[in-house]
Design a protein around this ligand. Structure first.
Ligand code: FAD
Length: 365
C-alpha cells in the first residue's frame, strides 16, 4: 500500500521530536523541512518532567542519556523581608523528578538520528502554504509567531505581552551538590537549572525597563549572593521577550500547528515544552489509531480529536502559570500576606503531592 506523506516544517525541538515520533508509525512517510541559514544558536536549557523523559526515550532509539542531567531535588524560595524563605521543596530518594538538557546539543543529536533513519530532510524557507504541495498532512512547528499561522487560525487566541524579558545564560561553578531551584525575587523569578556537575543555566525574568547596563555584572552579583559563592563564570547570555499566547484554533483542513505556536507560556514554571511533548505523544497515539484502521489522513477526524484532547489542558496550564506569575509579582495589596500564605503552602502535603503530580503528568489522567 502507498504510504501517506506527512510534512513537518521547522527544525526546533518540536519539529525534530515530532519527526521521530511520527516516523515510528507504519504506513507514513515523514519529511522534515528546515530553514536555510540560521544564525542564532539556542543557548538555553530545558527542564522536562520524568514522564516526558520516558516518552522521549520511547521515541528516540538509543537516546543519548548523557545529554540529560537528572534532578531529584527542587527547591522554591520566596524573597521575604530579611531572608529567602524556602516555601516548597520536592525531594525524591529513588526516582528523578526532572531532566535538564542543553537545547543546541539535543537538537544536534536529534538531527543526527533523523539523518541516520534516512528521513527526507529539505532546506527551504517556507513563506506560503502553497509551497507545500502533495502531502496528506502538514504540521507547522514554526515557533511562537509566524505569519503563516494567520492562514489557519481565527483571531480569537488569548494574548498578553508580559512586558518582560527572560535573561538566560550558562554558569560554571565549583559548588557541591547544587540543586534545581526557583527564586521568586522582587525583580522577577530566577531559575537555577544544573545540567552537569559544574554547570548550571539560569533564567531570570525581568521587567523590560530593568536597567540593562552591566547586566552581566548584575546577574553575577545576584547569583553569587543567592548561592553564597564568589566563584562563578558566566557565558552564553541571551534574552527572550516574554508573552502569553494560547491558540483556540489548532488546525485547518489537514494543516496543524504544533509546538510553541500553539501555546507560548511564561517560563516561570518550565512547562512550555512539557506541554509540547504531551501534545506530540497524543498526536502520535491518534495517528497510530487512524492509520492502523487503514483510514486516509485527509478524511479522518485525527486533527479534531487532537484538538479536543489537548486544548483544555494547554489553556488551563497556560492560565495557571499566568496566575502563579501574577501572584509572585510585586503587589502592594497582596505583598503583606504572601509570607503567611506561603507558610501554609509549605505545610500542606496534599497540595505538594498534587503539584508534583501535575508537573510530571499534566492534567490528563
Ligand atoms: C527563556 C525560556 C526558558 C524556557 N525553559 C523551558 C523549560 O525549562 N521547560 C520547558 O518545558 N519549556 C521551556 N521553555 C519553552 C521552550 O523553550 C519552547 O517550548 C520550545 O523551545 C519551543 O520549541 P519549538 O520547536 O516549538 O519552537 P522554536 O524553537 O522557535 O523552533 C521553530 C523552528 O521553526 C523554524 N522556522 C521558522 N519559520 C520557518 C519558515 N518559514 N520555514 C522553515 N522553518 C522555519 C525555525 O528556524 C526554528 O528552527 C522556555 C522558554 C523560554 C523563552
Amino acid at each position: 500500500m502507498k504510504k501517506q506523506r506527512i510534512c513537518i516544517v521547522g527544525d526546533g525541538l518540536s519539529g525534530l521530536i515530532t519527526t521521530l515520533a511520527l516516523n515510528k508509525l507504519d504506513g507514513l512517510e515523514v519529511h522534515l523541512i528546515s530553514k536555510k541559514n540560521k544564525l542564532l544558536k539556542d543557548k538555553r536549557t530545558t527542564a522536562i518532567s520524568a514522564s516526558n523523559f520516558d516518552f522521549l526515550n520511547s521515541v528516540v532509539d538509543k537516546l543519548d542519556k548523557k545529554l540529560f542531567w537528572p534532578s531529584n531535588k527542587i527547591n522554591l524560595f520566596y524573597e521575604a523581608k530579611d531572608q529567602n524563605m524556602n516555601f516548597l521543596n520536592f525531594n525524591e530518594d529513588k526516582k528523578n523528578l526532572m531532566y535538564i538538557f542543553e537545547n543546541d546539543k539535543v537538537k544536534e543529536n536529534l538531527l543526527k538520528k533523523i539523518k541516520k533513519k534516512k528521513i527526507k530532510t529539505l532546506q527551504k524557507n517556507i513563506n506560503n502554504l502553497k509551497d507545500l504541495k502533495g502531502y496528506d498532512m502538514i504540521i507547522l512547528c514554526l515557533g511562537r509567531s509566524s505569519k503563516i499561522y494567520q492562514n489557519i487560525i481565527d483571531k480569537r487566541s488569548l494574548d498578553k505581552d508580559y512586558k518582560e524579558v527572560a535573561i538566560t545564560g550558562y554558569i560554571k561553578h565549583n559548588l557541591k551538590n547544587l540543586n534545581t531551584a526557583q527564586y521568586f525575587l522582587k525583580d522577577g523569578p530566577l531559575a537555577i537549572l544544573p545540567f552537569s556537575k559544574n554547570s548550571f543555566s539560569y533564567v531570570w525574568s525581568l521587567n523590560k525597563d530593568f536597567p540593562k547596563k552591566n547586566i552581566n555584572a548584575v546577574v553575577k552579583s545576584k547569583i553569587c549572593e543567592l548561592l553564597k559563592t564568589k566563584n562563578i563564570k558566566i557565558s552564553n547570555q541571551q534574552s527572550y521577550p516574554l508573552m502569553l499566547n494560547l491558540k483556540r484554533t489548532y488546525y485547518k483542513k489537514d494543516i496543524l500547528i504544533l509546538g510553541e505556536g500553539l501555546h507560548t507560556v511564561h517560563p516561570v514554571a518550565g512547562q512550555g515544552f512539557n506541554l509540547v511533548l504531551r501534545d506530540i505523544n497524543k498526536l502520535q497515539e491518534i495517528l497510530k489509531y487512524y492509520t492502523g484502521l487503514g483510514m486516509s489522513l485527509k478524511s479522518c477526524p485525527a486533527l479534531e480529536d487532537f484538538t479536543n484532547n489537548r486544548k483544555a489542558e494547554n489553556i488551563i496550564t497556560g492560565l495557571g502559570i499566568d496566575l502563579t506569575h501574577h501572584f509572585f509579582k510585586q503587589n502592594k495589596l497582596l505583598d503583606p500576606f504572601k509570607e503567611s500564605i506561603l507558610k501554609n503552602v509549605s505545610k500542606n502535603n496534599t497540595l505538594k503531592k498534587i503539584s508534583k503530580f501535575i508537573s510530571n503528568q499534566g492534567l490528563s489522567i
